[in-house]
Write a protein that binds this ligand. Structure first.
Ligand code: HEM
Ligand code: HEM
Ligand code: SF4
Length: 556
């Protein structure tokens, strides 16, 4: 991007909006003095690191500068724990779309370089671990040959563009948004022009009537709708999780399919060039700009930037419920079904990837990944459904016949790979889900538990029915693993950021605490209340009493 200093926000006299106070224009020099990542990006543009992969691969890890380790993020490589030179590698899959050939290539890379397993991520990507820098010269050509990329997987860029995994095939969708996702990916993903944003940036684009892609928690979401008979999108802005979570707000505009990418592009340019959002990494995400200006002023700025007025949105689209797209469903395409397969807790072994690739190839099927870390086999001939289920079970160890919570619960990468995690993550999720499904069975089929190892929220704990975040508890015996329990959060019509009502529950007690909360909900709920509305009705004190096993009557 050009280095012209951003214009200061225009002042509107008499308002209290902090953004409208006249501000001194900032300079790139000030930015770089304050923010070391900006300095590192300036000294060597991270995408240019590719020219040095061969040299870096031949360099002992201890001699690779910390700055280059950071620049690797732009190539989807993030330093894993312990920091001894092994990397996490994120393969970007727009809309979670895979072919058998691509999945096979990933399975083979996992087998050959990544100790034989990978993760399905909440942005519909696949992540491998144990990638050695020394192997990059072998890995990158293989990715490229398979039509795969890690470019822009991490770093201050537009991250993988997500969407509804059954776009183009689901009978209920408003229209197929896949072409818009792919066009956005082609124009903006990995594009050096947008390769130096103030911070990471996330888009989602879909016309899923269930909003399965969580538009509420994206920087920019194009939310499919039909206005005056025309398919297009409502634009939502300023959502995001991490330590300062936000639910996105409607910008108040409707965009047609043809103009759909103009507004997201304007956001990249207006936010990307405003140096105010480069001074502090903690205040850099686009959501802070939305906080500062508000959707109305932002719309005006976008309109000025585009040089035209945008169409008013008449009705803000709401999801008609929630779904995980798992199970067997007829496709729009006659004679075809899609089969959504739970992958719990989001980890696939290399042999499973290879087996699924083989099954899919033989059926003429494709594979897609979901936000809740599962996979979907699409374009399966309907009359081969039973045979496919049997093969998935026998050859890949994957079955539809599991408790549904295994399909729609999420655990972040966390242990043992992530430097931020302070406790078990996926393994803890398994322990909790196993315990609760034994206790309550089908009564909790719809329950979603989202668990993260730290506040960064890669597993979206802020918006789970029950959100769980790893922390520590200091006891006389020293620090022990503990978890905050968040309630009242959710997506969809009642989208809200959860509240940590219970703090620092020791890891050993967590599943029993959750059991008490879930039992209280099942026994005391009124008129089929959801878990979210039940705990919204109760006070913090009442919930804490329930968690401790006290017979507090939920009468509030
Ligand atoms: C890559 C291309 C472009 C870049 C990087 C860019 C960058 C910027 C930046 C940094 C601002 C200041 C935002 C702020 O208020 O903080 C701005 C404002 C503006 N841009 Fe652009 N711009 C681009 C293309 C265009 C084009 C093609 C037009 C006209 C069609 C345009 C029209 C405007 C207008 C009218 C404003 C004032 C917006 C306001 O503050 O209300 N820009 N642009
Ligand atoms: C400063 C550090 C980090 C922050 C603030 C952060 C925050 C986030 C957030 C908010 C998401 C969003 C989920 C969504 O799209 O809704 C996410 C995604 C994700 N994060 Fe992190 N994260 C950090 C570091 C890490 C590390 C070190 C790992 C693993 C080694 C990791 C693994 C993931 C994964 C697997 C996803 C799904 C993303 C994808 O496919 O793009 N994160 N992160
Ligand atoms: S939520 Fe925290 S612990 Fe989990 S993967 Fe993200 S950064 Fe790591």
């Amino acid at each position: 991007m050009s280095e012209t200093p951003a214009a200061p926000p225009t002042s509107a006299a008499g308002t209290t909006n902090p953004a409208s106070r006249p501000e001194r224009p900032l300079t790139w020099e000030e930015v770089r003095k304050r923010n070391y990542v900006e300095r590192i990006k300036h000294e060597k543009f991270p995408y240019d690191l590719a020219a040095e992969f061969d040299r870096l691969a031949a360099t002992p890890y201890e001699e690779i500068p910390e700055e280059d380790m950071l620049r690797f993020q732009w190539w989807g490589l993030y330093h894993d724990k312990p920091k001894v030179g092994f990397m996490m590698m994120r393969i970007k899959l727009p809309n979670g779309l895979l072919t058998p050939q691509k999945l096979r290539a990933i399975g083979e890379l996992s087998r050959d370089f990544g100790r034989g397993y990978g993760e399905i991520t909440t942005r519909q990507d696949i992540q491998l671990h144990w990638i050695s820098i020394a192997d990059l010269p072998q890995i990158f050509p293989r990715l490229e040959a398979a039509g795969l990329t890690t470019k822009g997987g991490c770093g201050d860029v537009l991250r993988n563009i997500t969407g509804c995994p059954v776009a183009g095939i689901d009978a209920e969708e408003l229209f197929d948004a896949t072409p818009v996702v792919l066009e956005a990916h082609r124009r903006f993903s990995g594009n050096p022009q947008y390769g130096n944003l103030p911070r990471k940036h996330k888009w989602t684009i879909s016309a899923c009537p269930y909003h399965c892609n969580a538009p509420e928690i994206h920087d920019v979401a194009l939310v499919g709708t039909i206005q005056d008979g025309e398919p297009g999108f409502a634009v939502w802005v300023g959502g995001g999780l991490s330590t300062v979570p936000r639910i996105a707000k409607p910008l108040g505009v409707f965009v047609t399919l043809e103009e759909a990418l103009d507004v997201p592009r304007a956001v990249l340019e207006l936010w990307g060039n405003n140096l105010k959002y480069r001074m502090s990494r903690a205040k850099a995400r686009f959501k802070f700009m939305v906080d500062d200006y508000g959707p109305e002023k932002l719309r005006e700025m976008i309109e000025n930037h585009l040089g035209r007025k945008l169409t008013d949105l008449k009705v803000n689209p709401q999801p008609k419920g929630r779904t995980d797209h798992l199970g067997i469903h007829p496709q729009k395409q006659p004679g075809k079904v899609y089969i959504g397969v739970p992958v719990f807790p989001g980890i696939l072994r290399a042999e499973q990837m290879l087996a699924v690739a083989e099954i899919a190839e033989e059926l003429g099927a494709e594979i897609r990944l979901t936000r809740e870390q599962n996979l979907i086999l699409t374009h399966v001939p309907a009359k081969r459904t039973d045979e496919t289920l049997a093969r998935l079970q026998q050859q890949a160890g994957l079955s539809l016949d599991v408790h549904p919570m295994r399909g729609h619960s999420i655990g972040c990468t966390g242990e043992p790979h992530c430097n931020f995690s302070v406790g078990e993550t996926k393994t803890k999720l398994v322990e909790i889900v196993e315990h609760l499904e034994q206790q309550f069975g089908p009564a909790i089929a719809d329950l979603r538990i989202y668990l993260d190892g730290c506040p960064h929220a890669c597993g979206q704990h802020w918006v789970g029915d029950i959100g769980i975040q790893g922390t520590t508890l200091t006891t006389p015996q020293g620090k022990v693993e503990a978890y905050d329990v968040l309630l009242r959060g959710g997506l969809g019509q009642s989208a809200a950021i959860g509240k940590a009502v219970l703090r620092r529950v020791p890891g050993t007690e967590l599943k029993f605490t959750l059991e008490r909360l879930v039992r209280a909900w099942l026994v005391q709920r009124q008129n089929g209340e959801t878990l979210q509305s039940f705990f919204t009705r109760l006070s913090d004190e009442q919930i804490q009493a329930l968690a401790h096993g006290e017979p507090a009557a939920a009468t509030a």
